[in-house]
Design a protein around this ligand. Structure first.
Ligand code: FAD
Length: 294
């Protein structure tokens, strides 16, 4: 997505921002709160699907039960501790004047430091995704939906969380061809078509022209890949990665000054305890960073 500095209304500069509402992000937010820092935490309710949907958790100290029960306990603690959460998806992070500018559609936020706790997408990517990113491939309906007014598009939904984004796209596009990786929840808009078939690639010339399926192909002007975690490099320009993960040191520092990362986004093992631990370390590092740089 193109970022236009002129069109955005920004707020006051916060000391920190945490992106990602899973256990890594929550753990970081809890520690930042205890340090009495002025921060924003971006994440959706229920601490993310990976927690809420866990059938049985047997490896988190002091807890035995399913993900729903775990989320209920975290929510009770969040409310008790007064940790505020903003239900917003950040679509871009830009280094700006010694801090960071975070964008979410037409809104923007400023923070001196950022903790990236966006998780890892395990649903996999499709061929051509990187090549056509910004040329017909998008990860964000709210950011780019209006670019497809009157056009025919495809939307690949990795979870039920994204059904509303497909409805949003239907307000612009002439036709939204939806591929669901979960049972079809039913859609309201008449121009949404629920498709069968397995998308394997995006192809085109200068821009996307078609979605290739295992069973054939579909001519489209754009493809929205609506998944829980976009590749970190698509969210933060210039961040160093190792494969699909953000490269960090033991203090959870990335190659960008003031940018930290925690949880699945930094690599395996994909475990709650590791994610929570890294969130805590990242928050301590933010505290040290702010002290040194103020
Ligand atoms: C079905 C299942 C069962 C599991 N069971 C276990 C288990 O029993 N024990 C165990 O230790 N581990 C288990 N895991 C692994 C565990 O879920 C992960 O290791 C853990 O959730 C990682 O936490 P995280 O906070 O790093 O990422 P996530 O839990 O993935 O949370 C990241 C959150 O950030 C959000 N996000 C992403 N991008 C943005 C953005 N740009 N703006 C705002 N929000 C954003 C995502 O939507 C997501 O909600 C399980 C995983 C699954 C899928």
């Amino acid at each position: 997505m193109e970022f236009n500095r002129e069109n955005r209304k920004t707020e006051e500069v916060r000391e920190a921002a945490v992106i990602g509402g899973g256990i890594a992000g929550y753990s970081a937010a809890l520690v930042l709160k205890n340090f009495k820092l002025d921060f924003l935490w971006f994440g959706a309710k229920n601490f993310g699907e990976k927690l809420y949907k866990a059938e049985y958790i047997r490896n988190y100290p002091s807890f035995t039960g399913d993900g729903k029960m775990f989320c209920e306990r975290l929510e009770a603690q969040r409310q008790y501790e007064g940790v505020q959460r903003l239900d917003k998806r950040i679509d871009g992070v830009y280094a700006s004047d010694g801090g960071f500018l975070l964008t979410c559609g037409s809104e923007s936020f400023l923070a001196r430091s950022v903790i990236l706790a966006t998780g890892a997408e395990t649903a996999g990517s499709i061929r051509g995704e990187n090549e056509f990113l910004g040329r017909g491939v998008s990860y964000c309906a709210v950011c780019d939906g209006a670019l497809y007014r009157g056009k025919k598009i495809a939307a690949i939904l990795s979870s039920a969380e994204f059904a509303e984004e497909a409805e949003y796209l239907a307000g612009f596009a002439s036709e939204v061809n939806v591929f669901c990786r979960y049972p079809n929840p039913g859609f309201r808009a008449g121009n949404i078509r629920v498709m069968r078939g397995v998308p394997v690639a995006v192809e085109g010339n200068l821009r996307v022209e078609k979605l290739v399926l295992r069973e054939g192909e579909l001519a489209v002007d754009g493809v929205f890949l609506l998944k829980n975690s976009a590749p970190p490099s698509a969210l933060v320009g210039g961040v160093e990665t190792e494969g699909a993960h953000v490269k960090v040191n033991r203090r959870m520092e990335t190659n960008l000054r003031g940018l930290f990362a925690a949880g699945d986004v930094t690599g395996k093992p994909y475990q709650y305890i590791k994610a929570a631990g890294e969130g805590c370390v990242a928050a301590y590092s933010v505290y040290e960073y702010l002290k040194k740089s103020s």
